[in-house]
Design a protein around this ligand. Structure first.
Ligand code: B12
Length: 220
């Protein structure tokens, strides 16, 4: 049974959605459960789009609304004060030529909820900027979100540059987004691919655990 929040998001009832989210956050409700209800609504919007009940306009409106919801939720996430409290650092980007960001934003919010520090470089990001940011931030994970086939080569370019600089050994690279497949992972040289943000979060958690074990054994 869908909650009123899920239903209102599906029906694009912006004012109702935002006022319910604000109210429940003020009452101290767990931000993750509010987020999950909204995510469920987004999945339903996606279904309606697939079934041609909704069109691009509805999809865009729901995306904007979902963005507003996540902006309301984020300040209520448990504060990660010290480096030790943070599970790991993740850089996210939609590479040059691609401006789709809905999936990336969902992943970013889920990662924050899980305790990761997320550096979202945005959309249409130049490959060299990604390489520079990896050098500067030294993340545990780099995640690309891709919805267009033209992203394959620039993602590959970044990964090749990271390999050449010996930086790929220190981080895991994942690709996701509607257009990606295991073949895209192999082509670009990434370590992991998925079409599911929750699986992406799981992969980040596992990568961090593995890194801790390697460190304890005197590795990186
Ligand atoms: C919404 C949309 C748009 C919106 C984007 C709004 C926004 N802010 O993102 C707008 C209208 C702007 C748009 C523009 C265009 N679009 Co468009 N768009 C779509 C559409 C309908 C939905 C994509 C979407 O947001 N899905 C919902 C999200 C949540 O799904 P998702 O990204 O896959 O994310 C999930 C997982 O994959 C995962 N995930 C996502 N990223 C990552 C990353 C990692 C690391 C991990 C672990 C997980 C993960 O998490 C999410 C939840 O589980 C698709 C068609 C479709 N049905 O997919 C076309 C589509 C992607 N677009 C397409 C095209 C061609 C375009 C345009 C070029 C159209 C044009 N002629 O102008 C432009 C592109 C402009 C550009 N330079 O980028 C094509 C791409 C074809 C191709 N093979 O390259 C598609 C497939 C439509 C089609 N069938 O032709 N688009």
């Amino acid at each position: 049974m869908s909650s009123s929040l899920t239903k209102n998001l599906v029906e694009l009832e912006r004012d109702n959605v935002l006022s319910e989210v604000k109210e429940r956050l003020d009452q101290g409700e767990d931000p993750m459960s509010i987020f999950k209800e909204c995510k469920k609504g987004m999945e339903e919007v996606g279904e309606r789009y697939k079934n041609k009940e909704y069109f691009l306009a509805e999809l865009m409106l729901s995306a904007d609304l979902f963005k507003e919801v996540t902006e309301l939720i984020e300040p209520y996430l448990p504060e990660k004060k010290t480096e030790e409290d943070i599970k790991g650092k993740v850089i996210l980007a939609t590479i040059q030529g691609d401006i789709h960001d809905l999936g990336k934003n969902i992943l970013g919010t889920l990662l924050k909820l899980e305790g990761f520090k997320v550096y979202d470089l945005g959309v249409d990001v130049n490959p060299d900027v990604v390489v520079e940011k990896v050098k500067e931030i030294q993340p545990d994970i780099l995640g690309f979100s891709a919805l267009l086939t033209i992203t394959f080569d620039p993602m590959k370019e970044v990964i090749e540059k990271l390999n050449e600089a010996g930086l790929h050994d220190k981080l895991k690279i994942m690709v996701g987004g509607g257009i990606t497949t295991p073949l895209v992972k192999d082509y670009t040289g990434a370590d992991f691919q998925t079409l599911d943000a929750v699986e992406g979060v799981q992969y980040c958690l596992e990568s961090i655990k593995a890194k801790v074990v390697i460190r304890a054994r005197g590795g990186i």
